[in-house]
Design a protein around this ligand. Structure first.
Ligand code: AMP
Ligand code: ZN
Ligand code: FE
Ligand code: FE
Length: 285
């Protein structure tokens, strides 16, 4: 079993990279990619923990990864990057710019919530986020902790989702820039959970065609929320363009307790060949 989409406490997941590797080893996950939002900070401890398992019966092969939100007019587009050089300066500059954009946005969200009578305790908020990238899921948790809402999903549906009174935009690179930057770092860019684009099947094919022209190397076909016919369709689309059909659980820990590492809701099976196919595409562009 493999899992190519996982978050740690360096973004909005709640396990450390080391704990993720331990969980993978116990769960018979033999290859794992850490794909935190907008940061590669967790990769060093993650890869070290993976290396420490090598040669044991529960060895976990570690892949470098990252997840980047791109700027699209509607729906949301997330680009996963795999097997890049984490030291790449253009990549780190782009991630830094995205994180600065988040800091600016967080201030606006907090100000808007305050104006709505929900002044969040910022120390508590930073304790919730830990040392990782602070995002809306952490703000939602802080709102629950202070009793302003009863659940994080209520925090989103009333205040934090796009179009709601607490929402603010943040800087996102254009899709082409995200693809190019991952490629320049020797990595393989993959379109994450294509259902979040919220477009028809034929529009999706047009979008993928355009992204492939800019270096897209794969589609995340296997994903907990994809029904079998959706996955089959996406596998076909990947085949049509000669790119890799990848997959993962988008595990966040207790943030979404129904999702299990490697297994999603239980039926997820990501083909092991995806790792080798990604490796063949990685390297200098
Ligand atoms: P951010 O990166 O700060 O914009 O937050 C995006 C994250 O918030 C997503 O990756 C989801 O985990 C979470 N999220 C977005 N919309 C919702 C929602 N309607 N309900 C619960 N969580 C959400
Ligand atoms: Zn996340
Ligand atoms: Fe995502
Ligand atoms: Fe994710």
């Amino acid at each position: 079993m493999i899992d190519l989409h996982v978050h740690s406490c360096f973004s909005d997941g709640d396990l450390t990279p080391e704990d993720l590797v331990q969980l993978a080893a116990r769960s018979e996950v033999s290859a794992l990619a850490l794909t935190d939002h907008d940061t590669t900070q967790g990769l060093k401890p993650f890869l070290a923990a993976c290396r420490a398992t090598s040669g044991t019966p529960a060895a976990v092969e570690g892949l470098t990864g990252v997840e980047i939100s791109a700027d699209v007019p509607h729906g949301s587009m997330h680009i996963l990057g795999y097997l890049f050089d984490p030291e790449s300066q253009p990549l780190q500059r782009m991630l830094e710019r995205i994180r600065t954009g988040r800091d600016e946005r967080n201030l606006i969200i907090l100000r808007q919530l305050r104006a709505l009578g929900m002044a969040l305790d910022e120390d508590a908020l930073h304790r919730i986020a830990g040392e990782g990238v602070l995002g809306r899921p952490h703000i939602a948790q802080a709102m629950v902790a202070q009793g302003f809402v009863t659940s994080t999903s209520q925090a989103f549906s009333r205040f934090l989702a796009r179009g709601k009174p607490g929402y603010a935009e943040r800087y996102r690179p254009q899709p082409e820039e995200a693809l190019r930057t991952v490629r320049e770092a020797g990595g393989v860019p993959v379109l994450a959970h294509p259902v979040s684009l919220k477009v028809t099947r034929s529009r999706l094919v047009t979008i993928v065609e355009e992204l492939v022209r800019h270096g897209l190397g794969g589609i995340e076909a296997y994903y907990p929320e994809h029904a079998p016919d959706v996955t089959a369709d996406l596998v076909n689309t990947a085949r049509m363009f000669g790119i890799v059909a990848t997959g993962g659980s988008d595990f966040h820990g207790q943030g979404n307790p129904l999702i299990r590492l490697g297994r999603g809701f239980g039926a997820l099976v990501v083909p092991i060949e995806a790792v080798e196919q990604l490796r063949r595409r990685a390297g200098t562009p």
